[in-house]
Design a protein around this ligand. Structure first.
Ligand SMILES: *[C@@H]1O[C@H](CO)[C@@H](O)[C@H](O)[C@H]1NC(C)=O
Ligand SMILES: *[C@@H]1O[C@H](CO)[C@@H](O)[C@H](O)[C@H]1NC(C)=O
Ligand SMILES: *[C@@H]1O[C@H](CO)[C@@H](O)[C@H](O)[C@H]1NC(C)=O
Ligand SMILES: *[C@@H]1O[C@H](CO)[C@@H](O)[C@H](O)[C@H]1NC(C)=O
Ligand SMILES: *[C@@H]1O[C@H](CO)[C@@H](O)[C@H](O)[C@H]1NC(C)=O
Ligand SMILES: *[C@@H]1O[C@H](CO)[C@@H](O)[C@H](O)[C@H]1NC(C)=O
Ligand SMILES: *[C@@H]1O[C@H](CO)[C@@H](O)[C@H](O)[C@H]1NC(C)=O
Ligand SMILES: *[C@@H]1O[C@H](CO)[C@@H](O)[C@H](O)[C@H]1NC(C)=O
Ligand SMILES: *[C@@H]1O[C@H](CO)[C@@H](O)[C@H](O)[C@H]1NC(C)=O
Length: 460
């Protein structure tokens, strides 16, 4: 063996020998217009006892605020750049030069995720660019002498075609051979991780009639699921979801590739059409998952007992500019003013919290009428456009607010907009229409027609 080989070998050993802990870090999303500064955020991250943080970009102010701290950092190459990076070594090198090198190594950047949930995208060019982009980025890091950074990418559970029972775990056939096989080979060769986003909340909320809520929030004492193929016994939904990935990897010939939970969490609030999103469940889930993941010695999962499962909790803040259902804007451990939504810390050392939690009010499907109306504080300039949009999607949803219509009076923009939002939502909810309108709309269970005229409503 040449000296050079010996050198690389010893480097490899020191890198792979690096200790990583099961103590969860936190996802620092920035989709809010009211969030604390990067330096205040770093203090808040420390106050949560988080030792690692994951960013959805490589924000220079945040990386600077993390300089000379002992917080381990994961940065992300934005989805938009992936196709171009695949085509250009220069672009890949340049991205590392301008986003990583100015801060490395005094900011402890250790993980570089190439894109976020790319394989959930319908864009097939993007999907096939993913693994080549990961290889390019890895090569650039090597060329530029960045030795301590591992490359990965995050996957949502929809990369699995089958996940129940866990032993049936299998990647979707459109990506299994073409993307997952080469990806697993890359991750295994570089001793990286399969980074997965795991939300028992979503699995439970899609089928609350058949999944026990306590099983989803780690509170069940008597509910177990036995996998009929492996005979492994599951005591919570989280383990079940993790093991589905374990078996899917095993199927492709990578039984030992490590898993990193890139996101997990539970929403503390949401809309009337979303069940189980409340402080009680969020606090219970997050406290329990932290206790499990931070445990010493590590607990692992039934298919991998005793194995460390590193993780990031989603998320640091409630982010008011996230689109989609209301739950999306309420995954935070902290309010935007920095106060905790409920008592929580991430070291795993707190075994009991003294705080008494508000009783959960929405663990069952809300059966009454729900309307979609103008939100408090909505920007009136934008309201006009949103009203026009809501009224122009078809099915004459706004006829009643036209002059002479049953809901024309009072002739006020806010009244008409609330009607338009409710009517649009009632018509198009089943085909994916949401009550959001860029944050201008909100759900209510108070009749917005005040008995004057009837607003279309949604019932679940
Ligand atoms: C990071 O902190 C170190 C030590 O305090 C300092 O020498 C260095 O200039 C800082 N780097 C950046 C990019 O701020
Ligand atoms: C990708 O490259 C094309 C062609 O050079 C360019 O037009 C486009 O703006 C690039 N996309 C991004 C997101 O940089
Ligand atoms: C999922 O698996 C089933 C059974 O193996 C297969 O028939 C189907 O084509 C797969 N679908 C996808 C999207 O991978
Ligand atoms: C994965 O990596 C391990 C450790 O480096 C190696 O022993 C194993 O052969 C690799 N698996 C495959 C399928 O390449
Ligand atoms: C588990 O125990 C709870 C409380 O005693 C009970 O309500 C529930 O029906 C039990 N579930 C099962 C599956 O036995
Ligand atoms: C599971 O249990 C059944 C019944 O005890 C047994 O026949 C089977 O061999 C077991 N399977 C495994 C994989 O251990
Ligand atoms: C922070 O914001 C939350 C939610 O709006 C509020 O309940 C709480 O009182 C605020 N705390 C402080 C210290 O302002
Ligand atoms: C309202 O929206 C308009 C158009 O987007 C924008 O120019 C204006 O600054 C907004 N006003 C406030 C108070 O946010
Ligand atoms: C729109 O109206 C048509 C005809 O009445 C109906 O078939 C369709 O389902 C409606 N679409 C929605 C989204 O309500």
């Amino acid at each position: 063996m040449s000296v050079l080989h010996l050198l690389t070998l010893s480097l490899l050993i020191s890198v792979s020998g690096a200790k990583f802990s099961g103590r969860p870090g936190v996802n620092y999303g920035q989709l809010g217009n009211n969030l604390p500064s990067p330096s205040d955020s770093v203090s808040l991250i420390k106050s949560l006892n988080a030792k690692s943080v994951k960013l959805y970009d490589a924000n220079p102010s945040i990386l600077a605020a993390l300089n000379a701290t002992d917080i381990v950092v994961s940065v992300m190459v934005p989805n938009e750049l992936i196709v171009n990076i695949t085509k250009s070594k220069t672009l890949s090198d340049d991205w590392i030069k301008s986003n990583v090198l100015p801060f490395y190594p005094s900011t402890k950047i250790r993980y570089l995720l190439v894109g976020n949930e790319i394989l959930s995208s319908p864009d097939s060019e993007l999907k096939s660019a993913l693994v080549p982009a990961m290889r390019k980025i890895q090569r650039s890091l090597k060329t530029l002498g960045v030795k301590k950074v591992k490359v990965g990418t995050t996957l949502a559970v929809d990369v699995l075609n089958s996940s129940y029972p866990p032993s049936s775990g299998e990647f979707r056939s459109d990506i299994s051979g073409s993307v997952m096989k080469p990806m697993l080979q890359f991750l295994n060769r570089t001793k990286s991780f399969l980074f997965v986003d795991v939300y028992p909340f979503c699995a439970w909320a899609q089928d609350p009639a058949h999944i026990n809520l306590d099983y989803a929030i780690f509170e069940s004492t008597n509910v177990t699921v036995v996998d009929p193929v492996t005979n492994l016994t599951y005591h919570n939904l989280f383990d079940q979801m993790i093991d589905a990935f374990v078996f899917a990897m095993k199927r492709l010939g990578y039984p030992d590739l490590r898993i990193w939970v890139a996101e997990t969490g539970w929403p503390n609030n949401g809309d009337y059409d979303q069940i189980g999103a409340n402080i009680y469940n969020a606090a219970t889930y997050n406290r329990n998952v932290v206790k499990k993941l931070a445990a010493e010695p590590p607990v692992g999962s039934p298919a991998r007992p005793g194995k460390v499962l590193p993780s990031f909790i989603f998320a640091l803040y409630n982010e008011n500019q996230k689109t989609g259902p209301g739950t999306e804007r309420h995954f935070g451990l902290l309010h935007p003013n920095g106060s905790q939504v409920y008592e929580i810390e991430l070291s795993g050392k707190t075994t009991e919290y003294k705080e008494s939690l508000p009783a959960p009010e929405n663990n069952e499907v809300y059966k009454g009428k729900i309307w979609c109306v103008v939100a408090k504080g909505a920007n009136w300039t934008q309201l006009g456009d949103a009203l026009s949009y809501a009224c122009s999607q078809g099915n004459n949803t706004c006829d009643p607010i036209k002059p002479g219509g049953s809901c024309h009076k009072p002739d006020l923009m806010v009244f008409h907009a609330s009607y338009a939002f409710s009517s649009y939502w009632a018509s198009f909810r089943k085909v994916g229409g949401t009550c959001y309108f860029n944050g201008l709309a909100t759900q209510t269970i108070k009749d917005p027609g005040y008995g004057r005229c009837e607003f279309p409503s949604v019932t679940l």
